[in-house]
Design a protein around this ligand. Structure first.
Ligand code: FE
Length: 239
């Protein structure tokens, strides 16, 4: 068993208990979550929210071309292949993720479904000319949960920089407060009843062409120049 994340240790029984307890909240969140719209039969690779060269020089057109055009596309294609002929073939992507999570015999399906979702969300978390600090309600919530923005920035940077191997760092809403969490491989906060607000992909395929092994430089560029705080704020619960 890997030990880099407490989440990967969640066994099937824990997952079922968590799912039952959080089902009402999760159902509400799914209605609000601004996820991608997919075709009824088979999932499509969603359009990027900007041209492939729009995030340069912080993320190059070539880097996006491989990441979006090859990796994200491959997750979608594999997902469709695994779903074909199964009872989940017409299910919403979020339902495929929640139904397959925690079951060893569906790990391939889970990995590809979650990676499809995570990447679509990741693209929306960035915009040309982004970065800096959020304003209004989100800024107040960050101050309430982390003390100040710089504390949040440090915690998010640490989570992204120290994640061992492949995975994601997230800002999530959990029980009315905000938290920074890490997930390994394809894991996604949705399956733990948390509401994703912001994510950074720290798989090497996300940054290696531009930054090689300098993951911290990629994280700094993401925070200083790319974060789409308007999208992050829209993900907050309305209550
Ligand atoms: Fe990726």
């Amino acid at each position: 068993m890997r030990d880099e994340s407490r989440w990967v240790m969640m066994n099937r029984r824990q997952f079922l208990i968590t799912s039952l307890a959080g089902s009402l909240v999760a159902a509400t969140n799914m209605l609000r979550f601004p996820g991608p719209v997919y075709a009824a039969s088979g999932f499509d690779l969603p359009q990027l929210p900007y041209p492939q060269d729009a995030l340069a020089p912080h993320i190059s057109e070539r880097q996006i071309g491989f990441h979006y055009g090859k990796h994200h596309r491959a997750y979608i294609e594999k997902l469709n292949e695994l779903l074909k002929g199964t009872k989940l073939e017409k299910a919403r992507l979020e339902d495929v993720i929640k139904t397959s999570a925690g079951f060893p015999d569906m790990v391939g399906l889970f990995n590809n479904a979650a990676q499809a979702w995570n990447h679509t969300f990741y693209w929306k978390c960035m915009r040309p000319g982004g970065g800096g600090k959020p304003i209004s309600k989100l800024a107040k919530m960050i101050q309430a949960s982390f003390g100040n923005f710089n504390n949040f920035r440090e915690e998010f940077t640490k989570a992204a920089a120290t994640l061992f191997g492949s995975g994601w760092a997230w800002l999530v809403e959990n029980g009315g407060g905000l938290e920074v969490v890490q997930t390994s491989n394809a894991d996604n906060p949705l399956i733990y009843g948390q509401k994703p607000l912001l994510t950074i992909d720290v798989w090497e395929h996300a940054y290696y062409l531009d930054y090689q092994n300098a993951r911290k430089d990629y994280i700094a560029a993401f925070l200083d120049h790319l974060v789409n705080w308007e999208f992050v704020a829209k993900n907050l619960s309305k209550a």
